[in-house]
Design a protein around this ligand. Structure first.
Ligand SMILES: Nc1nc2c(c(=O)[nH]1)N[C@H]1C(S)=C(S)[C@@H](COP(=O)(O)OP(=O)(O)OC[C@H]3O[C@@H](n4cnc5c(=O)[nH]c(N)nc54)[C@H](O)[C@@H]3O)O[C@H]1N2
Ligand SMILES: Nc1nc2c(c(=O)[nH]1)N[C@H]1C(S)=C(S)[C@@H](COP(=O)(O)OP(=O)(O)OC[C@H]3O[C@@H](n4cnc5c(=O)[nH]c(N)nc54)[C@H](O)[C@@H]3O)O[C@H]1N2
Ligand code: SF4
Ligand SMILES: [Mo]
Length: 876
């Protein structure tokens, strides 16, 4: 329990771009009690499973607590001097383009502002790019083409006021759960319709009125079809058209596309067009199914075209809505974190803008040409053009396309600095210098969420060990490079004031981003700052953009952009016939450095997997729970097969989360081709091509232990449990001495062993006990081992005399795979309750078991479980 003598501190969730407000209370023992902030305008007290589990992710295990040089602990002075010297020398010898920063949409705005200032104003190059290139770049480019600025016009309230919400390439139920629940709650009252456009059936479809399972990459053709239908129906808003140029050209281009390439039945297309055209209040939400594409920018503009043609923008309940992924993806765009932007939405390629920033910073230099975008940046690292690289708050050795090549490029770079909170990540392992950052919960600053609301993150815990905040590390390097005056910051408040003052200049230059009303905040005002939506200047506050028809292009008009359908860059062939789609799961965050620490988050989906259509699987001789091997021109991965008709025949889907630390054979970005959008430079992370084949190891295994262990075999995947760790294993040759193998695996040379061997069938079950308690157990055999895994996972630390049976005793039923992470409710428990208590609704399940009654993230799954249980019962 939290100690009531500690004050409750308001902060913001460090995960997704919904930007939920939190109330934190320290427990006095290094932990935090976390609840939703009832007053925060993003979530009004609600949290999803990840936000609710934040308190479980804070331990010091695995934290990077002091600077390291070549793997040895070092002092801050040594580390900072080395970084500053090497960057200065490299710039002096090879020029500013020979160094680069690769940063993150998870940095706080203050951190990000300092990084950008150091590179663009002092080093004088523009080789600073960010993981937002993999995330938001197409939206930024599309906004700029249409509006003349990177402006998200609407607000979260629009999602509730709309009569139709369309989700395009967005699995909002899992990736922005609190927003999804807001939409569902509003819909109960308003009867609004929900349409999902995604080649895959996702959890977001469970609550939808319509799911258009279009062919991967065909969104432009679909929205061009809609534009044609808008015109044909006479639904163009002629009054608003006075504020728009390019209408006729865009309509003419659209007419050249054939929406049949979407593969959708004509009737579905017509029904969608009719619904969209017939509903004045429509919000089109889009995310990575749109952005992460070689036609990502065109997809964005195809959507914006439809809203501009109908004038459905900037008024309550209308508009296109690009939802941001990371907690500060939006803030990163505001501070100019992309290689082709300057701070405060000023343009690097505009001489007046450059001069204004240069002048304001009073800096020795100003970058005058865009730097390298992420994919080009790592290519330049690989071929030695970039000789010093600083990676901050991101894990590109896992998350960049062609990840093996990126890993090799980083490994071969002359000088690599990594700032992280985690001691061992795939990227941190490659660093010459590792710098320990303070983590969420220990640091102060601001983030901007998807609807332009700027909120404070606040420290509620002391900084552990030798850790320092990212802004401070950057400023200290800047000072040591000789730029004392530019980086003389004493606090994030000081940085925020400078940034707000610069935005006032941007506002005077006619930019949308202006928070100059905050330029004179005192330290205590900053400390107390409540969430606010930008703009915030003397003459503009909060609200929506563009209802007045005023845009940011010269002349003030919006532009409709003629766009044409293009298929994804990688073309399936006989050798690589499958379209490889990737994305996220409900309870993990990216490379899992934080979420994997919480047992209840790991329990939802404990292993990497591949969704494949049952017909494709049958053709390839793949059975449920088999392992499959995927090959692409870039690399290879091994994943567990999940047979499901949620994907089209010929499409496969895998989550992006597993790494060298958690499942080294399942790093899916090793397969992804580094094809990029020609306008935005964003990689096509969702449409590579692969071959799929059954992977046949000599043996499969499942292991549980009360302490961590690192397997060493062809395939393994590990996850934390309440009792310790669990792992799936598979090896290419079966050990002769299973007991010896298990002792080595768990590091238990002397423990008392219980062994069950069936030499003929090649099966082995071994349990180790210590002081009457189970310490570890291994179950192995020549085919995938059928076991009650969720039961076994929690056995270590108990007496477990019958562990080797692999079955729960009759009086301790197996809960099955976790569905509700908040209340720890498993699938079997839910199925049993549905059957025995004749439950007929998700609310009834909640009333009976609590499941789904807290954050709501599992409600779509509960709905699906209920529907199939009822269907089964009806069939019986
Ligand atoms: N649980 C969880 N939530 C997260 C994150 C996380 O790691 N875990 N990360 C955050 C971040 S940084 C981001 S960017 C967001 C991403 O949020 P989303 O974009 O919602 O998530 P993804 O799963 O990457 O992709 C969304 C969908 O795009 C679909 N798709 C693939 N190709 C196409 C296509 O051609 N057309 C269409 N229309 N759809 C297609 C995929 O099938 C997938 O279901 O999530 C944020 N929230
Ligand atoms: N195939 C495929 N690949 C993808 C995607 C996809 O959909 N499919 N999505 C892409 C997208 S949208 C995104 S946003 C990226 C995300 O990819 P990444 O940003 O590479 O992944 P994260 O795991 O979020 O990495 C964050 C790192 O920061 C560290 N960290 C945490 N807190 C702090 C801190 O306070 N300071 C510092 N210095 N470090 C900290 C963590 O330990 C971790 O190592 O992945 C991209 N890659
Ligand atoms: S929806 Fe979940 S992950 Fe996103 S900000 Fe809210 S609590 Fe955090
Ligand atoms: Mo993202």
């Amino acid at each position: 329990m939290a100690d009531q003598s500690f004050p409750e501190i308001r902060s913001t969730c460090p995960y997704c771009g919904v930007g939920c407000g939190l109330r934190l209370r320290a427990d006095g023992a290094g932990g935090l009690e976390v609840r939703g902030d009832p007053d925060h305008p993003a979530n009004y007290g609600k949290l999803c499973s990840k936000g609710s589990a934040l308190g479980e992710t804070l331990g010091m295990e695995g934290r990077l607590l002091s600077p390291r040089i070549h793997g040895q602990d070092a002092s801050w002075d040594e580390a900072l001097d080395l970084v500053a010297d090497r960057f200065r020398e490299t710039v002096a010898q090879h020029g500013p383009d020979s160094v680069a920063f690769y940063v993150s949409g998870q940095l706080l705005s203050e951190d990000y502002y300092v990084a950008n200032k150091l590179m663009k104003g002092y080093i004088g190059g523009a080789n600073i790019d960010t993981n937002s290139r993999l995330c938001m770049a197409s939206s930024v480019a599309g906004h700029k083409r249409a509006f003349g600025s990177d402006t998200v016009p609407g607000t979260y309230e629009d999602l509730e006021e709309a009569d139709l919400v369309v989700l395009v390439g967005s699995n909002l139920a899992w990736c922005h759960p609190v927003l999804y629940q807001r939409i569902l709650a509003a819909r109960k009252k308003t009867g609004a319709k929900l349409v999902v456009i995604d080649p895959r059936r996702t959890a977001s479809c469970d609550g939808a009125d319509m799911h258009l399972a279009l062919k991967a990459g065909s969104d432009v053709a679909l929205f061009n079809g809609l534009l044609g239908a808008i015109e044909a129906a006479g639904a163009v808003d002629n009054e608003f058209a006075a504020h728009v140029t390019g209408l006729a050209d865009a309509i003419a281009a659209a007419a050249q596309d054939d929406d049949a390439v979407t593969g959708l039945p004509r009737a579905e297309l017509e029904a969608f067009y009719k619904l969209w055209i017939g509903t004045q209040k429509v919000v089109t939400v889009y995310s990575q199914g749109v952005n992460q594409s070689t036609s990502g920018t065109d997809k964005v503009n195809a959507i914006l075209n439809c809203h501009l043609a109908t004038g459905r923008i900037g008024t309550p309940g209308t508009g296109p809505f690009s939802v941001t992924g990371q907690p500060n993806a939006m803030g990163g765009r505001e501070v100019g974190g992309l290689a082709n932007m300057l701070a405060c939405h000023l343009d690097l390629e505009n001489a007046d803008h450059r001069a204004a920033v240069h002048d304001f910073w009073d800096s020795p230099a100003i970058a005058d040409a865009p730097g390298k975008k992420a994919v080009e940046m790592f290519e330049a690292v690989g071929d030695g053009r970039i000789k010093a690289l600083w990676i901050i708050h991101t894990n590109p050795a896992v998350t960049m396309p062609d990840a093996d090549a990126v890993r090799d490029a980083i490994a071969g770079c002359d000088f690599v600095v990594v700032s992280d909170i985690t001691a061992q990540t795939d990227t941190a392992r490659l660093a010459h210098v590792l710098l320990p950052a303070t983590a969420w919960g220990e640091k102060d600053g601001t983030v901007t969420n998807s609807d332009r609301t700027i909120s404070r993150q606040r420290a509620a815990l002391p900084a552990p060990g030798d850790t320092r905040p990212d802004w401070q590390i950057l400023a200290q390097v800047g000072r040591r490079m000789g730029y004392a005056r530019g980086f003389d910051y004493a606090s994030p408040a000081e940085i925020f004031r400078e940034y707000a003052a610069l935005s006032g200049i941007a506002g005077k230059l006619g930019r949308d981003f202006d928070i100059s009303a905050k330029a004179d905040l005192s330290d205590s005002d900053y400390a107390a700052m409540a969430p606010f939506r930008w703009p915030a200047s003397a003459n503009r506050t909060g609200g929506r953009f563009f209802a007045d028809g005023q845009f940011y292009h010269a002349g003030g008009k919006a532009r409709m952009i003629p766009v044409r359908h293009r298929a994804p860059a990688s073309v399936p062939t006989q050798d690589r016939p499958f379209r490889f789609n990737t994305g996220r799961i409900r309870d993990q965050w990216h490379t899992m450095t934080r979420t994997a620490r919480a047992p209840r988050l790991a329990a939802h989906l404990a292993e990497p997997f591949l969704e494949i259509h049952p017909d494709d699987a049958a053709r390839l001789g793949i059975a449920p729970a088999d392992l499959v091997q995927l090959d692409s021109p870039q690399g290879r991965a091994i994943l567990r097969a999940r047979l499901t008709d949620a994907v089209h025949r010929g499409d496969v889907f895998a989550p992006m989360h597993w790494t060298g630390e958690t499942a080294p054979a399942a790093r899916v970005d090793a397969l992804v081709a580094p094809n990029t959008d020609p306008v935005s430079g964003q990689p096509e992370s969702k449409a590579s091509v692969v071959s799929v084949a059954k992977f046949t190891p000599a043996w499969y295994g499942f292991a549980v232990s009360s302490s961590d262990f690192t397997p060493d075999c062809a395939y393994w995947a590990r996850a934390r449990t309440r009792a310790g760790q669990r792992a799936e294993l598979a090896g290419l040759s079966a050990p002769e001495d299973w007991e010896g193998y298990a002792r080595e695996l768990f590091g238990l040379p002397g423990a008392e062993a219980q062994v069950m061997l069936d030499a003929r069938k090649g099966r082995a079950r071994i349990a180790f006990h210590h002081d009457g308690q189970l310490v570890a157990a291994l179950f192995a055999g020549p085919e995938p081992v059928a076991l009650k895994r969720d039961f076994l996972a929690n056995l270590p630390g108990t007496e477990a005399p019958h562990a080797l049976t692999g079955q729960p005793p009759a009086d301790a039923p197996d809960p099955g795979p976790m569905v509700c992470a908040c209340f720890n409710v498993g699938l079997n428990t839910i199925l049993q309750a549905i059957e025995e208590q004749h439950l007929l609704s998700v609310d009834a399940i909640g009333a009976a078991l609590d499941a789904g009654s807290n954050c709501g993230s599992c409600r779509p799954e509960l709905g699906a479980i209920l529907a199939s249980a009822i269907a089964r019962e009806a069939a019986e």
